[in-house]
Design a protein around this ligand. Structure first.
Ligand code: UDP
Length: 255
């Protein structure tokens, strides 16, 4: 079923409330008619897609590109097309784990350094029981078809890929054909957080939309990536300006 999207720098972002989004995903998952590729988009992903046509092609293969973070919500407001709800990748990851537990689905954790995905899976089992861990694999022992086949053989219902952007979206786009009925989602550094290897921002920062600032202060190496943010906002304003010119032209206000 088609659904409403908001174009932000040529990337169609799903305009669905979390409830509607989950209803669609679980319906599609239980009908077992296709796989579902979810991208949790932030400004860095959008800017990478802007500069790399091949990455953009991978991202556009997603069934749902959800707004992960304040930068996307802000852009939708600037464009006067406010998105329904922010859907954060880490929260979505936990929602899916809880669903997998409730419905006895199998999960696979692929990515992060040796030992991290397996520790994260054990912690996930402690938090939510009853799902089956189809397997875990670190993200540094190959990303090719042989690895994808090995993962596919375990027939997971959910494949969480923690390789960071752009690798994770490229990997899913390349190999999702091997997972005809699974939900596949890139989860960035979520295994690091779930395993206890790194910490998510405290609630105060999350509540005030400052998780990005917390990450910048605790991991200054991210500074370079975040330099893209001002340019991202400039391009959003440019899109708004272009759109209003087109609308004015259509209304006959410009020759
Ligand atoms: N990673 C990986 N293989 C690689 C490169 C990265 O498994 O070849 C992992 C890395 O260990 C980390 C994750 O990908 O766990 C990227 O985390 P980051 O916090 O950068 O992602 P974000 O949450 O910002 O998307």
């Amino acid at each position: 079923m088609p659904y409403n999207k908001v174009m932000i720098l040529d990337i169609p972002i799903s305009n669905l409330s979390l409830e509607d989004f989950l209803e669609r995903i679980y319906g599609e998952l239980s009908s077992k008619t296709k796989n579902i590729f979810i991208v949790t988009a932030n400004p860095e992903i959008i800017m990478t897609a802007k500069h790399s046509p091949s990455y953009r092609k991978s991202v556009l293969q997603a069934n749902y590109i959800v707004p992960d973070g304040s930068g996307i919500m802000l852009a939708s407001k600037i464009l006067d097309q406010p998105l329904a709800e922010k859907i954060t990748g880490y929260d979505l990851f936990h929602i899916f784990l809880a669903h997998a537990s409730e419905h006895k689905k199998t999960i696979y954790f692929f990515g992060s350094k040796e030992g991290v995905a397996s520790k994260a899976a054990l912690n996930a089992l402690e938090l939510y029981n009853d799902f089956k861990i189809a397997g875990t694999k670190n993200g540094y022992s190959g990303l090719g078809e042989d690895i994808a086949l090995e993962i596919a053989e375990t027939k997971p219902d959910f494949v969480f890929v923690g390789l960071g952007a752009p690798l994770q979206e490229q990997w899913i786009a390349d190999y999702k054909y091997l997972f005809p009925h699974a939900v596949l989602m890139g989860v960035g550094g979520s295994f690091d957080v779930l395993s206890g290897n790194s910490k998510r921002a405290p609630q105060f920062w999350i509540k005030h939309n400052l998780e990005w600032l917390y990450r910048l202060l605790t991991q200054p190496i991210r500074g370079k990536r975040m330099m893209q943010l001002p340019l991202y906002l400039m391009l959003v304003f440019k899109q708004k300006w272009k759109r209003s010119r087109i609308l004015k032209k259509e209304n006959g206000k410009i020759l």
